[in-house]
Design a protein around this ligand. Structure first.
Ligand code: PLP
Length: 389
């Protein structure tokens, strides 16, 4: 029998994500008076646009303060559906993209069902799958492959128990963006595997520095078994508003609604009004911000590649870099990326996340969703740590 009444088997071995743990350690060091620069979190430093805040304010004043329909307000679902070229019944609005992914896994996985995820992957994927009773099947996609899944590697990972392939383009943490041809090649493998569905997490699609293709466009034959995940958190700097959505076949969206109806009900009414304003107002900020992200990316990649033992490819999207650090680990006497990041945090006051948190050790993730001043301080601490070893 499970001796710990507060931990069911389904959450045994799960903990808060390593990203959150590092941010908390950084905060604790700061509270103890230490000067720590954090480059560990994926949260835009830009403010939420004023017109979005104003729309939320007006919605609250006008009485949009009650429960909304479980799957989202008709207006927001319609706006999302119109952008995606589908009908609104194929859309569910949830409390962040994270809840969309959790809903999908809870709705569909039976114990032991397998979910293929190319590594590096966003930390929460594996734990959400485990929590839902599934088994993450991690396929390492090293730097030499551009951090991308090949058709052969996908083929080799599929078994009769495979239910999902989780794709994330642009990727957190690698920034890899799948081209249309690459997506078609993966779809070719899935053509003969009708039991495998695709969860395409496109939350960074507006932050792509190369042409971006949604899975449903590259592979229309997969449309009947693809769940597209998106939200306002990253593109519109709205992480705290907690609005994400899923777009997929009616039966799946319905099943996800069943889960959501028992966990949270509809997402926050005021936040949905804010998300509607973000989606329907002038979109030029997306271009301005993408240019700003790209300038930061160039600066960060150049700075990292000038440091000994760091090999940093330029990401094609999102706001992270995922350099290989094995030479720096060896030179500084740190056997693992986690030791290396702990040393950087405690001895040099800079918080970064080890690659192992994303299923690909020997790397670290640096988020450049921080002010130029923080980036300057963080990068110079890292350079100093590596030069004074
Ligand atoms: C790849 C990826 N998907 C989903 C999410 C969750 O986003 P949300 O804030 O909408 O829950 C994140 C957040 O870090 C992410 O990086």
């Amino acid at each position: 029998m499970n001796a710990d009444f507060t931990r069911a088997d389904r959450i045994r071995g799960l903990d808060v994500s390593e990203i959150v743990q590092i941010s908390e350690q950084a905060a604790a060091l700061r509270a103890a008076g230490r000067d720590v620069v954090s480059l560990s979190t994926g949260e835009p430093d830009f403010p939420t646009p004023d017109h979005v805040i104003e729309a939320a304010h007006q919605a609250a004043l006008q009485g949009q303060t009650r429960y909304t329909a479980n799957s989202g307000t008709p207006a927001l679902r319609a706006a999302i559906a119109a952008q995606a070229g589908v009908t609104a019944d194929k859309v569910i609005v949830s409390t962040g993209a994270k809840q969309v992914i959790a809903n999908a896994m809870l709705a569909t996985l039976n114990p032991g069902d397998e979910v293929v995820m190319p590594a590096p992957f966003w930390t929460s994927y594996a734990d959400i799958v485990r929590m839902a009773g599934g088994r993450p099947v991690v396929v390492p996609c090293p730097m030499e492959t551009g951090f991308k899944l090949s058709p052969d590697a996908l083929q080799a990972a599929i078994t009769p128990r495979t239910r999902w392939l989780l794709l994330n383009s642009p990727s957190n943490p690698s920034g890899a963006v799948y081209s249309s041809a690459e997506l078609r090649a993966l779809a070719g493998v899935l053509a003969s595997q009708p039991q495998v569905w695709v969860l395409s997490d496109e939350i960074y699609r507006h932050l792509s520095f190369v042409p971006f293709t949604p899975v449903t466009k590259a592979a229309p034959d997969l449309r009947d078994r693809t769940l597209t995940v998106d939200g306002v958190s990253k593109a519109y700097a709205m992480t705290g508003w907690r609005i994400g959505w899923g777009i997929g076949p009616n039966a799946l969206i319905g099943a996800m609604g069943t889960v959501q109806g028992q966990v949270t009900s509809g997402a926050s009414s005021v936040s949905q009004a804010a998300a509607l304003a973000a989606l329907t107002c002038d979109q030029s900020l997306l271009t301005t911000r993408r240019e700003a992200w790209q300038a930061r990316r160039d600066r960060v990649v150049a700075a990292l590649n000038a440091m000994p033992g760091i090999d940093c490819p330029a990401p094609d999207g999102a706001f992270y870099v995922f350099p290989r650090i094995t030479a720096a680990m060896a030179a500084t006497g740190h056997p693992t990326d986690a030791d290396f990041c702990r040393w950087l945090l405690h001895d040099h006051g800079v918080a970064l996340v080890p690659g192992r948190a994303f299923g690909l050790p020997g790397h670290l993730r640096l988020s450049f969703a921080y002010s130029d001043a923080d980036l300057t301080r963080g990068l110079s601490r890292l350079a100093a740590a590596l030069e004074t070893r």
